[in-house]
Design a protein around this ligand. Sequence first.
Ligand SMILES: [Zn+2]
Length: 214
Amino acid sequence: MIAPVALDSGAIPVALDPGHPSKPGDTGCVSPDGTLFEYDYTLSMSRMVAKILRLMNSQIKPVLLRERSDEVVSLKERGKRSTDAGAKLVVSIHVNSSVNNRQHGCLGFHWPRNWMGRDISNAILNAMPPQIRSKWLSIEALNKPDTPDDDWLDAPRDVMRYHPATTILTELPYASNANDLKALHDDDVKLAMCMAIVTGILQMPLYLPGGLYG
Ligand SMILES: [Zn+2]
């Protein structure tokens, strides 16, 4: 066991947003075999990301926007919590699912024209372990997608819009795809996915005032 590092007095709050439940009964996606519930999975992954950050970095203070598995937190309340925490970055963590069980890999979303969000989201996607890495770059969370029946483009924006800070949404692989589901349950892949998220978060100070791109 090693102790968490002592936080610097000016440590920058980063909000980790474990996706779902945002209303009663909202479990998020469930794998076809019933072994994965998104709301549970996102919480355990967010906790692991927070733990890694606490162990390795004194300049970033992780703040969870949901603490317990059975806690229902509306999207609006999550926005209030990230604001109250003074978060400079919000990372919303979800698990993907589709009626098309061939869809696979990770996706990332950022707010249109938010370059810090785009770069951090891409850094996370690029650092993902090969078996679940996506060929896609981070996608802008669009207001009016050209294809109105594509709900999946509207949903990220709904999740992100309550946060005043730069917000990104990371969709972990598809619970609906057999290979992805196997990866989602693999402890080594889980650790690697959390490390990928940490890799992106650690770039944040570069984009703040006084940073390389700030
Ligand atoms: Zn979700």
